[in-house]
Design a protein around this ligand. Structure first.
Ligand SMILES: NC(=O)c1ccc[n+]([C@@H]2O[C@H](COP(=O)([O-])OP(=O)(O)OC[C@H]3O[C@@H](n4cnc5c(N)ncnc54)[C@H](OP(=O)(O)O)[C@@H]3O)[C@@H](O)[C@H]2O)c1
Length: 243
């Protein structure tokens, strides 16, 4: 495989959490593709809280562009909590893109903060790679698609990431689920219906089934601000204590 990330031993991996907001009809995106706008201020606070509890926050290119995320922790209290427990001030920021076609005009590159790491494939154009490399770390991890098992193992060994939260998007979640890399799902269920026959769900637009269904256990529920907050753990995880 054309992985260029070095000879580290790539066995162990971080715990992978997926954190999403859904409507009652299971949609993750508005007609205008503005998902961040359909949940409460409380939900946004919770998103940052969960982000702060992880060593890395991961998104794929579509979400990075649509939601124009910086993936930082604007709240100094959360940053101080991290420093207090000996962690870095903010989780490292991880981007997944097979093409590597990431524009340097995106907000993530404008906001100083934790290191940014891009996992891409050998499809990345040489000039784009050179342009991005001046600002971020880049690893080729596959030929057509990013090998997500490799990514997780590499994050574990190279960056000491023990817990990563994936904040989207659905295409990336589907890829993670496909290779059985979803350990925990945190959902906010907003009391709204969007319709949208072809609108994406947690695992993307309507399409093929996963190779096998993935089974989770509901481990926590909370109600607040006309929303449900749910935490599910992969059944294997409820029997496992370490990653
Ligand atoms: N409700 C929520 O909580 C929530 C959360 C996040 C996003 N969203 C919404 O979801 C929508 C975006 O969905 P999306 O599915 O297009 O976004 P996405 O998953 O963020 O991005 C898709 C792109 O990411 C890259 N990618 C994903 N998985 C990959 C893999 N295994 N290997 C290599 N590259 C991979 C590819 O980029 P390249 O084309 O560069 O190869 C692909 O085209 C937006 O409307 C966003 O607002 C909602």
């Amino acid at each position: 495989m054309p992985h260029d990330a070095g000879p580290e031993v790539l066995a162990a991996r971080p715990r992978v959490t997926v954190h999403f907001a859904l409507t009652l009809d299971g949609k993750v995106s508005t007609p205008n593709h503005t998902p961040a706008q359909f949940t409460s201020a409380n939900d946004k606070k919770r998103l940052l809280q969960v982000r702060s509890e992880n060593d890395a926050v991961m998104v794929a290119k579509g979400t990075l562009e649509t939601d124009r995320m910086s993936l930082g922790l604007p709240d100094q209290v959360l940053r101080n909590e991290r420093l207090g427990r000996g962690a870095s001030e903010e989780p490292i920021r991880v981007i997944v893109s097979a093409s590597g076609e990431i524009g340097l005009d995106l907000p993530i590159f404008k906001n100083p903060g934790a290191p940014i790491v891009l996992y891409t494939t050998s499809k990345i154009a040489a000039p784009k790679r050179a342009e991005l490399e001046a600002k971020i770390a880049i690893y080729e991890a596959g030929k057509d698609q990013v090998d997500l098992h490799y990514v997780m193992s590499h994050l574990f060994s190279r960056y000491q990431v023990r817990a990563v939260v994936c904040e989207g998007g659905p295409t990336l979640v589907r890829s993670l689920a496909q290779v059985d890399l979803v350990d925990r799902i945190i959902l906010t269920v907003a009391a709204k219906l969007f319709g949208g026959r072809l609108a994406p769900t947690l695992t993307g637009p309507p399409g093929n089934f996963l190779p096998a269904s993935r089974h989770f256990k509901l481990v926590n529920t909370e109600i607040g601000d006309n929303e449900f907050y749910l935490i599910y753990e992969h059944e294997a995880c409820t029997r496992r204590t370490r990653f």
